[in-house]
Design a protein around this ligand. Structure first.
Ligand code: FE2
Ligand code: FE2
Length: 295
């Protein structure tokens, strides 16, 4: 496929850079069991999210790379940077998950559920995996946006854990268009209606699974804390959907996915990243660590 023949219908900013920030978090100290401000529900919800990342991000990378021959030069560079970022995220979340295990949690049931979901998706044609990745990457990007925009969500987290989640959020925003642009390239011969229908159906399916599985996973971790029944349910629902209400806060951005003309970069939220970069000064890292994707 000639690169020149591909027309780029994406609105990804021309001056976007995707920068893998090879950092390590929390290796020195033990993480408290209820690291999120002593709140078992918030700790359970984030632990449960983290349990999905190592397997989930490997799946995202595989799904996108299956279509890298469809990508133009610029997107191919973005796919490489996205891959590097996701691989480092998985390393750090594996370490975070080990600290949760050291604090006494058994994540095996949660990880098994993730594997089952991924195995089912992998058994379908590769475009289904790419569509699922595109939908879940939108999910992670809007979670990331909300986490960075509203410090309330990580207020009370221990320093290393809070930094880990903010660092991950920064890079999820940065590469939020990669799976979407790969999907646009892979389905460029499809009708608009077919694209929209598949994308909408897959989003509804992964959203249903996300809400059901993350709720069940958090309840399982609370059960391991000895908190069950309504004593688990009510406060968990409150932190997810009430206050700080991460799930409630992402709803409007989630719904935008279904609008005609949606693209993750219709909202350029790099200002949220800029604040973080100036705080941590990654730009002093060796140039080899920085992957420039601008055309
Ligand atoms: Fe990630
Ligand atoms: Fe991602």
């Amino acid at each position: 496929m000639g690169v020149a023949s591909l027309e780029r219908s994406s609105v990804t900013p021309k001056d976007l850079t995707i920068t893998p920030r090879d950092r390590r978090f929390g290796r020195e100290d033990r993480t408290p069991r209820w690291w999120h401000g002593g709140n078992p529900c918030l700790s359970a919800f984030f632990n449960c999210l983290s349990a999905t990342f190592p397997k989930g991000e490997a799946f995202f990378v595989d799904s996108v790379r299956q279509y890298r021959d469809q990508a133009d030069e610029r997107l191919a560079g973005e796919i490489r940077a996205f891959t590097t970022q996701e691989v480092i995220h998985s390393r750090e979340h594996l370490a975070f998950n080990r600290r949760a295990a050291d604090a006494g949690y058994d994540l095996a049931r949660l990880e098994k559920k993730v594997e089952e979901r991924l195995a089912l998706t992998r058994s379908k044609p590769p475009i289904v995996s790419l569509a699922a990745t595109m939908a879940l990457e939108h999910f992670t990007a809007i979670l990331a946006h909300e986490l960075l925009k509203n410090p309330r969500h990580l207020a009370g987290a221990d320093r290393a854990s809070g930094d880990l989640w903010r660092w991950h959020a920064v890079e999820e925003i940065e590469h939020k268009g990669v799976a979407y642009d790969t999907w646009l390239a892979a389905t460029r011969d499809w009708s608009r209606y077919r694209r929209w229908k598949v994308k909408a159906m897959v989003m509804l399916y992964v959203t249903r699974n996300f809400v059901v599985d993350r709720t069940a996973g958090a309840l399982e971790l609370l059960r391991q804390d000895g908190i069950t029944g309504l004593r688990a349910w009510l406060p968990l629902m409150w932190v997810m959907w009430g206050r700080p209400g991460l799930m409630r806060k992402i709803f409007a951005n989630w719904a935008k996915f279904f609008l005609p003309g949606f693209h993750p970069w219709n909202e350029d939220d790099r200002a949220l990243i800029a604040g973080w970069d100036s705080e941590y000064d990654y730009l002093k890292e060796p140039p080899a660590k920085r992957v420039r994707t601008a055309g």
